[in-house]
Design a protein around this ligand. Structure first.
Ligand code: NAI
Ligand code: MG
Length: 332
């Protein structure tokens, strides 16, 4: 049995984590859950956004599944997602986007994986505000070692999965230092993978190519801010944030998460779609080498998604979260 830290999160978080737990248990997946929450719920209960008990659980189990978290609005509340990524050096944000039969989108054959650097760049937290002059600086710090880690992760993934091409998205023509580093490091690392083609695209062109001809991409690697934007753009190519998975992976820990928010407008109503979290949980099963269980659950999920009427309202169906979950379980 592998023990996993389970962070239910806020809003619809508990409903979609219950769905994943039910499906895992019906599929006899050999994992146990250690539940530790964070966010608005723990803040209201004990004044802690990121409780020490959660951190201890993460440090012990090293693998977690996380529901969406509400970061309270106001000064001094740092995003929990950003904190976890920086505390544990979860440098690779991995976001697959694949067309699924049954899920409405504009394209038919999208199958790509985006590797976003997750700890540096414009999100380094190096922010200076000169009150008197009213000048704001947000410094984009990019390190060679940081570039090497994310580019290596992308090529390793491409190599393991038989992908033919890695596309480096950058703005090296304008950002002479922070932008150029990713590109020069990529050219070096690509030499270690003679069977994988490396191409580079300037970020603005990359955006146009992605919305016009996304089928041409395989693995994409980019820096933090560009990756944040591109990852949601890619989700939009295959049906949106409600159906795509995401993972934050470091050398010593990995947190798999729903990439959508806590959806307070539908929380507690039995309307939430658990697909995004379930797909992240399937990625997690690959990560901990329980691949047979991953394929089994994925097959049942895809078979359910192919029938709109068996799905939740956001996918065009009329099933509740629980009914959708049961429909998946029935196909295991
Ligand atoms: P949201 O993703 O929560 O909701 C946007 C729209 O999508 C809403 O209409 C919602 O009902 C719908 N939606 C989202 N997930 C759904 C699902 N699984 N099934 C069916 N419908 C779904 O984004 P919003 O409203 O901007 O943010 C709400 C809260 O979530 C904020 O407090 C924000 O900070 C937090 N948030 C947390 C994230 C995380 O923990 N990873 C990511 C994004 C936002
Ligand atoms: Mg984002």
């Amino acid at each position: 049995m592998t023990q996993i830290t389970l962070i239910p999160g806020d809003g619809i978080g508990p409903e979609i984590t219950e769905a994943v737990k039910a499906i895992f248990s019906a599929a006899n997946v050999p994992v146990t859950w250690e539940e530790e929450n964070a966010g608005q719920t723990t803040f209201d209960a004990k004044g802690e956004l990121l409780p020490a008990t959660l951190l201890a659980s993460l440090e012990k189990n090293k693998v977690a599944l996380k529901g969406p978290i509400t970061t309270p609005v106001g000064k001094g509340f740092k995003s929990i997602n950003v904190q976890l990524r920086q505390m544990y050096d979860l440098y690779a944000n991995v976001r697959p986007a694949k067309t699924t039969p049954g899920i409405t989108s504009r394209f038919e054959n999208v199958n790509l994986v985006l590797f976003r650097e997750n700890t540096e760049g414009l999100y380094s937290g190096l922010e200076i505000f000169d009150e008197r002059l009213q000048i704001a600086d947000s410094i984009s710090r990019v390190t060679k070692i940081g570039c090497e880690k994310i580019v290596r992760a992308a090529f390793e993934y491409a190599d393991r999965h038989g992908c033919k091409k890695v596309t480096v998205a950058h703005k090296a023509n304008i950002l002479k230092h922070a932008g150029a580093m990713l590109l020069s490091v990529s050219k070096e690392i690509a030499k270690d993978y003679p069977n994988i083609q490396m191409e580079d695209k300037i970020i603005d062109n990359m955006c146009m190519q992605l919305v016009m001809k996304p089928e041409q991409f395989d693995v994409i690697v980019t820096t933090n801010l560009f990756g944040d934007i591109l990852s949601d753009l890619c989700a939009g190519l295959v049906g949106g944030l409600g159906v795509v998975s995401g993972a934050n992976i470091g050398d010593n820990m990995a947190i798999f998460e729903a990439v959508h928010g806590s959806a307070p407008d539908i929380a507690g109503k039995g309307l939430a779609n658990p697909t995004a979290l379930l797909r992240s949980a399937i990625m997690m099963l690959h990560h901990i080498d329980l691949k047979d269980y991953a394929y089994k659950i994925e097959t049942a999920l895809d078979a359910t998604l192919a029938h709109k009427e068996e799905c939740t309202g956001d996918l065009g169906g009329s099933a509740s979260t629980k009914e959708f979950t049961q429909n998946i379980i029935a196909k295991l």
